[in-house]
Design a binder for this molecule. Structure first.
Ligand SMILES: *Cc1c(COP(=O)(O)O)cnc(C)c1O
Length: 342
């Protein structure tokens, strides 16, 4: 059965959306990597979601299109969110607020495994400051949700209208950004005369994976999605992804549940913790940089790309398979991980 992407396009128009992307991001073939004998004749492609123009780019801008649409519809004047010191979502929220003329309050939590100077002061945290966000650095052990509740109450007392976004912007509305990306990919694949056998993404707060899965499900595409979990363990990431996919489909007026069997979460690449470097990640980042001149980040893309390489090398896909890796951005994170690459 051919896919029905028009149905998905139509369902997405029900929600306010602020234009933060310049247009579709390119799909490119990794020609040199695809020729390596160890990659068993698979055709590797990348979806360049790192090439989104605002604030250094990255996947969070797709979610922010729908989140900002929702915030503006509510008359909000302040964007509030939280994440780790090196949160790309926090950085892009700050950039979006700057461009829209809104205030921005970021609640940032320290890492359990990275405490060096580059991590604490370079990369994304440097950019948060340049974008003019107010940064609240929490001490270890303080829960950001509780801190956010207090901050929001205080802002309201001051007459402000805060709009709060969860970790990674992965509310159901935010995840719609990746349902929209699924539609974009299916249109591009048609234009290229290609069918992707699998789409590969990192899975952190699960909105990217859930949105894509909701999108291909609604469009009745045969493409499978695999998410390499980098934050939660595999069981937890699977449960979260299933629930967020259900919620996203619900927003799109589709009540069918996606069975666990359709949800492909792989926890093999996370390593000892969120943000902890692994040998496979370091190899994947260097391989893509040195063979293709492309940059992926050490926390998300590097681990997911390592997972895809491992699967292709062990022969999980027949020769001629078309695999699409979503480059989700996060370039500033490389500068926060200088010591890991040294
Ligand atoms: C947040 C992020 C992800 C993961 O997206 P989720 O929707 O949180 O799962 C992947 N890559 C980068 C660079 C990110 O910043």
């Amino acid at each position: 059965m051919p896919h029905n992407v028009n149905h998905l396009d139509a369902a997405l128009t029900a929600y306010p959306r602020a234009a933060l992307l310049e247009g579709p991001t390119p799909i490119q073939k990794l020609t040199r990597l695809s020729q390596l004998p160890e990659l068993n004749g698979c055709n590797l492609y990348v979806k360049r979601d790192d090439l989104t123009g605002l604030g250094g780019g990255g996947n969070k801008l797709r979610k922010l299109e729908f989140l900002l649409g929702e915030a503006l519809a509510e008359g909000a004047d302040t964007l509030v969110t939280w994440g780790g010191f090196q949160s790309n979502h926090a950085r892009l929220t700050a950039a979006v607020a700057a461009r829209q003329g809104l205030a921005c309050e970021l609640i940032l939590t320290p890492s359990a495994v990275r405490t060096d100077n580059d991590f604490c002061h370079n990369g994304n945290v440097l950019l948060d400051d340049l974008f003019g966000a107010k940064v609240h650095r929490l001490a270890r052990g303080v829960t950001p949700n509780a801190y956010a509740d207090e901050l929001v109450a205080k802002l309201k007392d001051q007459g402000k209208k805060p709009f709060v976004m969860p970790l990674g912007g992965s509310s159901p509305r935010g995840s719609l950004g990746y349902a929209a990306c699924a539609a974009e990919i299916l249109h591009q694949a048609d234009a290229l005369g290609l069918q992707f056998d699998q789409i590969i993404v990192p899975n952190g707060s699960a909105g990217t994976h859930s949105g894509l899965l909701a999108g291909v499900t609604l469009a009745r595409s045969a493409t499978s999605i695999v998410g390499y979990s980098v934050l939660a363990d595999e069981d937890q990431a699977l449960a979260t992804t299933q629930e967020k996919t259900r919620q996203t489909l619900h927003l799109l007026n589709h009540e069918a549940t996606v069975g666990v069997s359709a949800i492909n979460v792989d926890g093999s690449q996370r390593g000892e913790a969120y943000g902890a470097p692994t040998e496979a990640m370091l190899e994947a980042v260097r391989l893509l940089a040195s063979q293709e001149g492309l940059l992926i980040d050490p926390v998300y893309g590097g681990k997911a790309f390592a997972g895809m390489l491992a699967a292709v090398r062990r022969g999980d896909f027949p020769a001629g398979s078309n695999l699409l890796f979503v480059m989700t951005g996060g370039l500033p994170g490389l500068f926060a991980y200088r010591s890991a690459f040294a």
